[in-house]
Design a protein around this ligand. Structure first.
Ligand SMILES: [Zn+2]
Length: 225
């Protein structure tokens, strides 16, 4: 890669910076410009501009653009962090520690959880609370309270959402119910949650009708059906 000195625009008037930022936004048809986009499509260097205005968002304010909205839209949601936590937890077969939160196992770092929830532990606590709220809604007893529908119709959806999947795996100690293998002791093991009585045969998506199987046993099972 060619070595290049960073362009310094010490003598460029602020109005030129602002005009250039606006111009870049117009080119992109956006009401914000990222650093990368400015450096690719703009005339002036983004860091230089940010320095001059006391921050990139402030440069946007001056140009009548809105960087805050963009930042908000890219901010990762609670649900994304929870789903990632669920994936890491079930792949490990036990509660993750901060050192587990690296790719390819984890999409988000422990730092992302700290930033979002305050502390790592707080993130875990809120995750578990979130999971527990699903448990009450997914037992047969609560299903019975629902309006009775014709016998041919299901009371539940076929899809096993990630919260329910986690509850079942945790209940089954992250072990295959058939062969007992677990990702905690064998990294090649991939666990699935499956309907005991097939959904197609009238089985419901409830705690009582779901079980944890490894991919091998799961395939064996569907062959028999
Ligand atoms: Zn198995």
């Amino acid at each position: 890669m060619k070595f290049e000195l960073k362009k310094v625009h010490r003598n460029t008037p602020e109005s030129e910076f602002i005009a250039d930022l606006k111009n870049t936004a117009i080119k992109l048809n956006q009401d914000f410009v990222t650093h990368q986009q400015q450096n690719e499509f703009g005339k002036f260097d983004a860091s230089n501009m940010a320095d001059r205005f006391g921050g990139w968002a402030k440069a946007h304010d001056r140009a009548g653009l809105n960087f805050a909205r963009h930042q908000k839209s890219v901010r990762v949601s609670d649900d994304e962090l929870f789903q990632n936590m669920e994936e890491v937890w079930t792949k490990l077969g036990h509660q993750p520690i901060q050192a587990d939160m690296f790719p390819p196992l984890s999409k988000y770092s422990a730092g992302a959880y700290k930033k979002h929830f305050g502390t790592w532990m707080k993130g875990l606590e809120i995750f578990v609370t979130n999971i527990n709220s699903e448990e009450d809604a997914s037992s047969e007893s609560s299903i019975e309270n629902l309006k009775v529908e014709p016998a041919t119709k299901h009371k539940t959806k076929r899809e096993i959402n990630w919260r329910l999947r986690f509850i079942i795996m945790k209940r089954d100690n992250f072990k295959c119910k058939d062969c007992g293998r677990s990702p905690a002791t064998d990294q090649s093991i991939i666990l699935h949650v499956d309907h005991k009585k097939a959904w197609a045969k009238g089985g419901e998506t409830v705690l009582e009708n779901l079980e944890t199987l490894c991919s091998k046993c799961n395939i064996g099972k569907s062959d028999l059906e």
